[in-house]
Design a protein around this ligand. Sequence first.
Ligand SMILES: NC(=O)c1ccc[n+]([C@@H]2O[C@H](COP(=O)([O-])OP(=O)(O)OC[C@H]3O[C@@H](n4cnc5c(N)ncnc54)[C@H](O)[C@@H]3O)[C@@H](O)[C@H]2O)c1
Length: 356
Amino acid sequence: MSAAIDVAARDGAYRIVVAAGMRRRLSRALAETGLSGRPVVVSSPRVWRAAGAGFGKVTPVLIPDGERAKTLATVARLYDRLLDRAADRGSTVVAVGGGVVGDMVGFAAATYLRGLALVHVPTTVMAQVDSAIGGKVGVNHARGKNLIGAFHAPSAVLVDPEVLSTLPRREFRSGLYEVIKYGLIADRGLLDLLDRHLAAVLTQRGPVLAEIIERSCRIKAAVVSEDEHEHGLRRILNFGHTLGHALEAATGYRRLRHGEAVGLGMRAALTLGVARGVTPRALADQAAALITRLGPLPSVVDVRTADALAAAGRDKKVVHGRLHFVVVTADGAATISDVSTRELTAALAAIGVRGR
Ligand SMILES: NC(=O)c1ccc[n+]([C@@H]2O[C@H](COP(=O)([O-])OP(=O)(O)OC[C@H]3O[C@@H](n4cnc5c(N)ncnc54)[C@H](O)[C@@H]3O)[C@@H](O)[C@H]2O)c1
């Protein structure tokens, strides 16, 4: 199975190729992207230990991953390694890893010599269906996540669903919450597919997994092609993220994987949508049941409502003092900007956040 998905971007269109086993013929796949430059593969010790053997004869530059290593200091070390390897304007940086590696390597590619060609080879569900597509790159700052960044569209995204077989179980499940998100906002057939074949998908291999990865890539590609710089449509990708980010922040970024936070945020947003009368109850019930089957989600019952609301108020989705909140509708998703504190409080209560 192999699929090609084109993404429109201001600095030139690029292609996502989804093909099982592609990592074994990486140099050919890179050549087929049309890039002639010398590739410099960058990965992390953890990713390379788990999945590196499948990439054949490649000697990557290794940088630490993990949210705590996603800093300018790590990027500075990567600049040193790129200089050691005499990377020049003709080089192509190839990021092999999850979202952390992709965001950091992407940021280095955006800035080293004012910009080198970048190819993403994402190795987590999250990176394959989300972070590698759309051109956002960056690092964390001591005062907040992803505060330093840039837009740097890749020249290609090479997705091999087979690499997901070595992912730790929790990381794998965490990424699937984003797939549920895509199903809810854009492709109800995808939601049904995941619902029907969850047991097969959870084996972390096989054709249904490849299909759900491909369909998710298509949705992200379509949305960012329309709205690369998040002026409007791209906001619907934030479904479940407003309260999800708030819960991540309120629990000190230690308890929840990002996808798990999105799972909780989606359950809250579905409750809010049903209460407003915009989300069909049957759909909300189906999605909530699927989220539960994918679980268990870490408990957030000790989070204070006021802390979660305060974190939501500091969100990047607050524009001119208004929170842009995404709800699921009968035929997709919509952004509302008049969501009240009372509604948010009730939605948080539905996932157990009730403390004062
Ligand atoms: N740029 C964007 O648009 C965008 C979108 C969403 C998320 N993100 C960012 O993505 C990051 C999260 O990414 P993530 O969820 O991929 O986490 P991650 O990059 O931290 O990877 C999770 C863990 O899995 C390991 N791993 C990766 N691939 C593996 C494999 N094939 N086998 C075994 N282990 C493997 C990693 O070493 C790591 O320990 C966050 O920093 C977030 O801000 C960016």
